[in-house]
Write a protein that binds this ligand. Structure first.
Ligand code: NIG
Ligand code: FE
Length: 448
């Protein structure tokens, strides 16, 4: 690959670009993308439209105040009067696309669960480990004992890694606190982190992840915990604007469909939009509940049946697939992505970054799994990880595709063709990540 970073005022190299983009009074002309994947437009993609990447060969972008001011071929943009005097960032023939939108993460947790990983390899199932007090309850215990500072430090490191793999926006869920103080602690950290590091964070309240240990002893425990969620936590979270969405893990060992409905309706009454962990381990009717409630997304979907697929296909609810979970848990049954796409559902992809089922921040790895395990094409996987994921977070007017007026959020890969992004797996080919016109990651250098 040729090219690199240069400043037309004469100074050379990386530090100059970083200085100039950080202080930003002038505009930035990003040129030399062998393929610029625009994904044009703000609408979510269904069916055959998932394959349309809107590629500009030898593409360029003009950026001002963190927004895209113009895009087209290098030749067209270089001729624009507004581009005169702009700083130049030459991508040297690499491939550029909208920054990934990771629409499902459990960002804040205290520690890994590597000991459970070993138990799973030895043959114990995820549910068996959870029944013995491992699983989510294990992470709850660790989180409650952790200080906000320690949690924040770990999350900041993860966020730098998200950026290093080309992600520019994440959704983040609470759900490892499960008492008033600890859930609020997590949600406040979302807010603090959103303010003091470059990636955007969309906050989701997942108090209904599982019934916590202290409510499990008595037969009325679940009911009392749901009352705590609907009568105290949801109103408080909404009032303090600590979350935009409310999520429920609806599955065997977690919450029933009826309980999920009750919790999500309470969330809706307080202005929290619903989303759901649905049909992951067992089919509970959560996908159709998501459609009935007009949820933004229902996520996992390994166990959906044909009537669920038909309901999703007719709806605006995004079907978010998380193949990292099945891979990490060593499961053979992945979600029926082909049927979902071919029926017309809006399909998105996310990491589900969490310590129990999917400890990865790498969207490129998720794309690799989507291609080999879900039989999605590279183009479909990229669409699912950008514009469709942006739609799942209600952010499609600002992110997820490249267009005039949208955020200059970009991921640049050290590849010659976009298909090589999923083709190479387990290695990081992300060369540069740009958030609102500012470089937030450069290979071998981190611009924080
Ligand atoms: O999305 N399914 C529920 N929640 C997480 C797993 C949480 C955990 O095991 O810690 C998920 O897979
Ligand atoms: Fe999850």
């Amino acid at each position: 690959m040729r090219g690199g970073l240069r400043c037309i005022s004469g100074c050379a190299g990386w530090s100059c670009l970083r200085h100039n983009t950080r202080d930003l009074p002038t505009s930035l002309l990003i040129t030399g993308a062998s393929q610029l994947l625009t994904l044009g437009g703000c609408d979510p993609r269904r069916g055959a439209a998932l394959a349309h990447l809107g590629i500009i060969q030898d593409g360029a972008l003009l950026v001002g105040d963190g927004l895209i001011r113009a895009l087209g071929t290098r030749r067209t943009l270089e001729a624009l009067p507004e581009a005169r005097g702009a700083k130049i960032l030459d991508l040297g023939g690499r491939v550029a696309l909208p920054g990934f939108v990771d629409s499902h993460t459990h960002l804040i947790h205290a520690a890994s669960r590597a000991e459970e990983y070993e138990m799973k390899i030895a043959g114990r199932s995820y549910e068996e480990i959870a029944r013995k007090g491992g699983g989510i309850l294990n992470s709850v215990k660790k989180l409650r004992a952790a200080t906000s500072e320690a949690l924040k430090r770990r999350a900041r490191q993860a966020l730098a890694q998200f950026a290093a793999y080309g992600t520019t926006t994440i959704e983040a869920k609470s759900g490892y606190g499960l008492d008033v103080a600890s859930e609020l602690k997590i949600l406040r950290l979302h807010k603090e982190l959103a303010a003091d590091q470059p990636l955007d964070i969309v906050s989701t309240f997942l108090g209904a992840h599982i019934v916590p240990r202290e409510y499990r002893e008595s037969p009325t425990g679940a009911k009392r915990y749901i009352r705590l969620l609907t009568e105290k936590l949801i109103p408080e979270v909404a009032q303090a604007k600590l979350a935009e969405y409310c999520d429920v893990f609806c599955d065997r060992g977690a919450f029933t469909r009826e309980q999920a409905k009750q919790i999500l309706e309470a969330g809706k009454r307080h202005g929290l939009a619903p989303r759901l962990h649905a049909e992951q381990l067992t089919r509970r009717g959560a996908a159709q509940l998501a459609v009935e409630l007009g949820a933004a997304s229902c996520d996992h979907l390994e166990q959906v049946n044909s009537s669920d697929i038909a309901a999703l296909a007719k709806s605006e609810t995004v079907a978010t697939l998380l193949p990292g979970c099945d891979f990490h848990l060593g499961l053979e049954h992945y979600a029926p992505a082909r049927k979902l796409i071919d029926s017309g559902a809006i399909v998105a992809l996310a990491t589900d970054y969490n310590p129990g089922t999917s400890p990865t921040v790498s969207m490129p790895m998720i794309l690799s799994l989507a291609c080999t395990q879900l039989r999605m094409t590279p183009a479909e996987a990229i669409t699912a990880a950008t514009i469709n994921a942006a739609y799942a977070l209600g952010r499609e007017r600002h992110i997820g595709s490249l267009g005039v007026g949208k955020f200059a959020d970009l991921a640049v890969f050290e590849v010659a063709d976009y298909r090589e992004i999923p083709y190479y797996f387990g290695m990081n080919t992300c060369w540069l990540t740009i958030k609102r016109g500012v470089v937030v990651h450069a290979a071998n250098k981190t611009a924080h």
